[in-house]
Design a protein around this ligand. Structure first.
Ligand code: GDP
Length: 398
């Protein structure tokens, strides 16, 4: 059996167990390393070959699939990562790094429950860091922090361990101030405060494929001095092996970011203003796969084989091939789902059904547009319209 097939089985098993799913986005100021990080996470987690990471993102060796020419949509990807003795399915939605695409950031944030905020350790938080973080927090998305380009602190700025701690501490303080300013209650009581001792902050080098967090330092024995020495010796490969980027980052994601069952109970009131006591309300708050289907479309792409593919977050119910769904704002005639899929690495894979809590990719919804509410019910209060915050207001001095 090919590795690709095994991965399909793993993913199709995991997608039915929402407690083992994390839906995340990566948000960053432009050039702080979001693309490098995403590509290296995917290849580190074994979802694309290392030689190709950063290039076309073709996932792996399954020649049958290559021959059939399945189109890759790199804006929605998934990974499998093991923590303890369990595997987790991590769905990652791409967010554009430029403020002009503020609306696209908001739409991605609607589909996810957690965000990895990437900040360049040399530049520190920039205006777009605040803008994208603001968009994430407004959507009720839980943040963790990755401080990137630490190799530059060592190789270019020649910091010692103490200076490194001070610089990293300043970045953490600035991001914490932004988070606290946005929602003091969740900062104090909801686990949004960034605390390196707890482990919801990691730092490293996306380019050289290593990262570290305080919990991972304890686990791996890699100290700040080791990191500085190995960078100075030009031996980033040692760090990539003992403290790999994907392991540290995805451990942090699994440990600190909520699963859909936890997140939906807390987020639904932000994104949907219908009756909480209605059948659909209860199903969405509980992420119930047996309830009526409710999906928010966050992306429409074109696949040369399948045609238009609508991707979005399924908040309740189950989508199956052939099922009839109603699209908000259209004349009431249902659309019939043709293919129902999920993502494996950067590839869309057809499955029989997708349950609540997943990012689903479906064809056949010719009436859907980005932002559409899709439901098995003829009448459903639509999700709140997508708003974005394009005015960067830098409240913290850089
Ligand atoms: P994006 O705009 O946030 O997607 O940023 P990119 O991933 O395209 O990275 C911007 C630039 O920073 C590229 O030239 C990368 O090679 C470089 N870069 C990304 N991560 C690192 C890092 O950890 N260390 C160093 N030195 N350069 C990096």
């Amino acid at each position: 059996m090919s590795r690709g097939k095994k991965m399909v089985e793993k993913i199709t098993d995991l997608m039915n167990e929402p407690q083992y799913i994390r839906n995340i986005g990566i948000v960053a100021h432009i050039d702080h390393g979001k693309t490098t990080l995403s590509d290296n996470l995917l290849s580190g987690a074994g979802m694309i070959s290392e030689e190709l990471s950063g290039k076309a993102c073709w996932m792996d060796s399954d020649e049958e699939e290559q021959a059939r020419g399945i189109t890759i949509d790199a804006s929605n990807v998934s990974m499998v990562h093991t923590v303890g003795d369990h595997e987790y399915l991590i769905n990652m939605i791409d967010t554009p790094g430029h403020v002009d695409f503020g609306g696209d950031v908001t739409r991605a944030m609607r589909a996810v429950d957690g965000a990895v905020v990437v900040v360049d350790s040399v530049e520190g938080p920039m205006p777009q860091t605040e803008t994208v973080l603001r968009q994430a927090l407004k959507e009720g998305v839980h943040p963790v922090l990755f401080i990137n380009k630490v190799d530059r602190l060592i190789n270019e700025l020649k910091v010692d361990p103490q200076e490194m701690m001070i610089r990293l501490g300043k970045v953490i303080d600035k991001v914490n101030k932004l988070i606290k300013g946005m929602n003091e209650d969740l900062y104090n009581n909801g686990g949004w405060k960034l605390d390196p001792m707890k482990g919801n902050v990691a730092f490293g080098s996306a380019l050289y494929n290593w990262a570290i967090s305080i919990p991972y330092m304890k686990k791996s024995g890699v100290s700040l001095q080791t990191i500085i020495d190995k960078c100075n010796e030009g031996d980033a490969k040692y760090l990539a092996k003992t403290s790999p980027l994907h392991a540290v980052l995805l451990d942090m994601v699994v440990t600190f970011l909520p699963n859909p069952l936890q997140a939906q109970g807390k987020r639904c009131h932000i994104i949907w203003h219908g009756d909480v006591e209605s059948e659909i309300g209860k199903a969405m708050y509980a992420c119930d796969s047996k309830g009526p289907a409710a999906m928010m479309v966050t992306d429409i792409s074109f696949d040369k084989h399948a045609g238009e593919v609508a991707t979005g977050r399924l908040f309740s119910g189950t989508l199956t091939r052939g099922m009839e769904v109603y699209i908000s704002g259209t004349a009431g005639k249902p659309n019939r789902l043709q293919q129902v899929g999920i993502f494996m690495g950067p590839t869309r894979v057809d499955v029989d059904k997708v349950v609540a809590g997943n990012i689903a990719a479906v064809t056949g919804m010719s009436d859907a547009i980005v932002g559409s509410t899709v439901s098995s019910l003829k009448e459903m209060t639509p999700f709140e319209s997508l708003k974005h915050y394009s005015e960067p207001v830098m409240t913290v001095a850089v």
